[in-house]
Unconditional design. Structure first.
Length: 278
């Protein structure tokens, strides 16, 4: 067992080293040849690359040994007829019988997105650059809600076997319509939010869940039906972030209107009316 772990870690380390080398080579070429500048704090930079290679190697081994098996195992257990509907034939199950699958998909989508390091970085940077106008935590929750809905809808698509393109066409039609009415400041961030969600934490579990569902639901093919959850996970956060911004703008406008009405009322009551003084 220990030998298998060492072999897997060695293979992951070697593969990561090959993948990271072109990045290091490009950075070094532009810094030394194009800009003709020395690399500042070379020791720290090299140590940082060592950390990156080791971290990615351990992460890849962890995916294969833990996250992928757990995701597939959960999908298998949640779609087991003995759990869904004891005593019923699997062929008699309808899409509504898989409600635990949809709930688990939404929960795993929300929790993994909240913990996504890339989303945390983008949300914090957006909050800093806007002086707090965009609330970092609110943005993360909005994105997480979008991902939760997308994974639940994706699980429904796998269970029912409906084509992916129908969801994509409908979703991006809504994105285009919503872009017309959303606040301009939030639009680029909303589109970027769809990308940062599909990163290191979310992708492995969501992919494992999709493949596990497609492998266990009768009549589904892992290749044709198992993939596509990541595409939906990139789409729905765009909608949820723009909805979050629109709701915030509407509440701000309503609050401003109330304050204006209150101010006008206070002014009118404070102004003496003609004939009120004797």
């Amino acid at each position: 067992m220990a030998m298998e772990w060492i072999t897997a870690l060695y293979e992951a380390f070697l593969g990561t080293l090959i993948d990271v080398f072109p990045i290091a080579a490009i950075l070094a070429f532009f810094q030394l040849v194009v800009l003709r500048q020395s690399i500042p704090q070379l020791g720290r930079v090299l140590l940082g690359f060592v950390y990156v290679i080791l971290g990615l190697s351990l992460f890849l081994v962890g995916l294969e040994e833990a996250l992928f098996p757990i995701g597939e195992l959960m999908a298998t257990q949640l779609t087991d007829p003995a759990f869904i509907a004891p005593g019923r034939d699997i062929a008699s199950l309808g899409w509504a019988d898989y409600y635990w699958v949809y709930l688990f998909a939404a929960a795993i989508g929300f929790s993994t997105t909240i913990a996504e390091p890339s989303l945390i970085a983008v949300a914090n940077k957006a909050s800093t650059l806007t002086g707090g106008t965009i609330n970092g935590r609110g943005l993360r929750i909005a994105v997480a809600i979008g991902v939760a809905l997308s994974i639940a809808v994706g699980a429904f698509r796998i269970v029912t076997g409906t084509p992916l393109y129908l969801y994509m066409i409908a979703g991006y039609t809504l994105v285009v319509l919503q872009t017309i009415y959303a606040p301009r400041m939030i639009i680029p961030l909303a589109y970027d939010s769809g990308g940062v969600t599909t990163s290191t934490v979310t992708v492995p579990l969501v992919t494992a869940l999709g493949l596990g569902l497609a492998s266990t639901v009768p009549g589904r093919d892992p290749v044709l039906d198992g993939f596509g959850l990541i595409a939906l996970a990139s789409l729905f956060p765009i909608l949820s972030v723009m909805s979050y911004a629109q709701a915030g703008a509407w509440m701000a406008a309503r609050r401003k209107k109330r304050e204006a009405a209150r101010s006008r009322f206070d002014t009118e009551t404070a102004t003496p009316q003609p004939g009120s003084q004797q």
